[in-house]
Design a binder for this molecule. Structure first.
Ligand code: SF4
Ligand code: SF4
Length: 270
């Protein structure tokens, strides 16, 4: 390898740097790729009085804003409502009797460009009916470290199970704390809904649910839940007795605590 030409800046084994020939600059023209670009403004240059007042004109924008209405938002002390169509945190919706709309089809996960959704489906059975029809989403996760809140997943959902709320307060103390599980994402039970699992309304099919024909729970559904889960807080008898509602998911609760803490800190007079 003795006759291999030495590269520029390389030290030979003897430790002595061989003298290098001087670098001759290569002539370039302005149209050549990689040639240094000379910036020339096409704005007409002010002359005379205009040139004299040009710096003051720049400060004129600043001065004009001194007298305009301030737009500082005192977040988190004062929360300004978002626009109604703002894409915030997701929600897994329910039908009027409390059954879940998600059927575990995974279309949302396939539509997601950020690979932020993970779904595992399972079969509904007579004793474990979570959604109308054959299948339900047993595992449902959204990773908010990946999600870009683009909304493609909600467009893909065939049952309108997945929608987006206006909630933008998404923070967590750990990476794992930003993965929202199904229990965190499920819509809270509204008045009259029963928590899942429970049977479908008698004599209906999943199509009736999709068409909005189910408008609430029936006595037979309430009896079924009372027989299988007498302590269920969503039972009308337990609601009347003032039983506390079922706790929300751990991540949703942690988020609520973080938000409440930040809001309290924002209110503190320093
Ligand atoms: S909003 Fe966009 S990035 Fe977020 S989960 Fe849905 S498809 Fe994925
Ligand atoms: S949220 Fe909608 S698209 Fe996603 S698995 Fe459930 S039903 Fe399918």
């Amino acid at each position: 390898m003795a006759d291999e030409p030495q590269r520029r800046g390389q030290v030979p084994p003897g430790g002595e740097v061989a003298p290098q020939p001087p670098v001759t600059p290569v002539a370039t023209t302005s149209t050549e790729v990689g040639a240094p670009h000379q910036f020339r403004s096409r704005m007409p240059r002010p002359t005379g009085l205009g040139e004299l007042l040009a710096p003051a004109a720049g400060f004129g924008v600043t001065l004009a804003n001194f007298f305009s209405k301030t737009v500082t938002e005192e977040y988190p002390t004062e929360k300004v409502p978002t626009k109604p169509r703002f894409h915030g945190r997701h929600q897994l919706n329910r039908y009027a009797d409390g059954l879940e709309k998600c059927i575990g089809c995974e279309l949302c996960a396939w539509a997601c460009p950020a690979d932020a959704i993970y779904v595992e489906a399972d079969d509904n059975t007579a004793d474990e009916q979570y959604s109308p029809g054959e299948r339900y989403g047993r595992v449902y996760q959204i990773n908010y470290l990946r999600c870009i809140l683009c909304g493609l997943c909600i467009e893909a959902c065939p049952t309108r199970a997945l929608t987006m709320t206006n909630d933008f307060e998404l923070a967590g103390p750990t990476r794992a704390g930003l993965i929202w599980e199904k229990q965190d994402l499920l819509a809270p039970l509204r008045d009259g809904m029963l928590s899942t699992p429970h049977p479908m309304v008698e004599g209906t099919t999943d199509t009736d649910y999709y068409r909005g024909a189910v408008t609430g729970t029936t006595p037979a559904q309430q009896e079924w839940v009372a027989e299988h889960r007498p302590d269920d807080p969503s039972l009308p008898a337990n609601v009347a007795r003032g039983v506390a509602p079922a706790p929300r998911g751990a991540t949703a609760q942690a988020q609520a605590d973080i938000t409440a803490g930040a809001t309290k800190q924002g209110r503190r007079v320093l």
